[in-house]
Design a protein around this ligand. Structure first.
Ligand code: SAM
Length: 277
């Protein structure tokens, strides 16, 4: 087992690291089972903490990389599993971690994520290179519902995650399964990453920027929200909406992923035509 240390949290930071440790062994086993690990799978664990998942994962895979921000936890985990050559514990912020340095091909992510950083961590890894095959993550229950939402309850987060993968909520976990107990309920979800984006867009980053503009004012009607987000005049927005047949009075949350893709393509066609005219 190897350890790489490169970062120390600022004083007082530890209390803010979302350290609610899983103490229910049955839940830990269910999380690992949900990852459907095969003999050759390589796993990235984010935030191993005191090792509730690590101690199970380490028996299952030939290569396990655990990225932990807290240097004390990193050290104690390293000592505890010193005999395990298939485990590397890295002291790093998962948001700065570059998977290309450790994985050449697909890998699987398994994590009980810190609540405060769950959303940016998921956003980072669903579009990372190389991409993971799947993520099995425990997050706050509301965040899981937000990610797996259907049209009517969509948000920029659900559009983003569903562009890259298929999220499914697997089971809930109550506060009593952790120490200290969190104030919120948790849920375990699996996100299966697609080989190609769920809708045909050439440039996923630009598509997400467009959807972000569409969600600029999520409580407003789509036509107003888009106009604000795109900093556009009413006319091109009206023409874009009528080209797709999408009613501009709808709220952004009601659109499906393929409606966002239709709007995105129409907007680019219309903007390019205006520039060349
Ligand atoms: N996996 C352990 C478990 O199930 O008991 C710990 C889970 S705890 C909810 C989250 C862990 O993530 C903590 O150990 C915390 O120190 C670590 N952590 C917090 N922010 C992090 C970050 N940005 N990058 C990596 N690890 C982080």
């Amino acid at each position: 087992m190897t350890t790489r240390a490169n970062r120390r949290p600022a004083p007082g930071r530890r209390s803010r690291l979302g350290q609610n440790f899983l103490v229910d062994y049955d839940v830990a086993k269910r999380i690992v089972a949900a990852a459907q690990l095969a003999d050759a799978d390589q796993v990235l664990e984010i935030g191993p903490g005191k090792g509730a998942l690590t101690r199970i994962l380490v028996h299952w895979v030939p290569k396990l990389l655990a990225v932990e921000l807290d240097p004390e936890l990193t050290n104690s985990l390293s000592h505890r599993f010193a005999e395990r050559e298939n485990l590397t514990v890295l002291n790093q912020d998962a948001l700065d971690f570059d998977p290309a340095r450790f994985f050449s091909d697909g890998y699987k992510i398994v994590a009980n994520l810190p609540y405060y950083a769950a959303t940016p961590i998921i956003r980072k890894f669903i579009s990372a290179r190389p991409r993971p095959h799947s993520l099995v993550v425990m997050v706050q229950k509301e965040v899981a519902a937000n990610i797996a939402a259907s049209p009517g309850d969509m948000s920029l987060l659900s559009v983003m995650v569903q562009l890259y993968g298929a999220p499914r909520i697997l089971f809930s976990v109550p506060p009593r399964s952790f120490r200290p107990m969190p104030r919120v309920n948790s849920a375990v979800m699996r996100i299966e990453i697609h080989d190609l984006p769920a809708v045909p867009v050439n440039d996923p980053d630009s598509f997400i920027e467009f959807a972000a503009a569409g969600f600029r004012a999520p409580r407003k009607q789509l036509r107003n929200s888009l106009q604000l987000g795109l900093k556009a005049d009413p006319d091109p927005v009206r023409v874009t909406l009528s080209a797709t047949g999408i009613d501009g009075r709808r709220r952004p949350a009601t659109l499906s992923l393929s409606e966002w893709a239709d709007l995105y393509h129409a907007w680019h066609t219309i903007s390019e035509a205006t520039v060349t005219a």
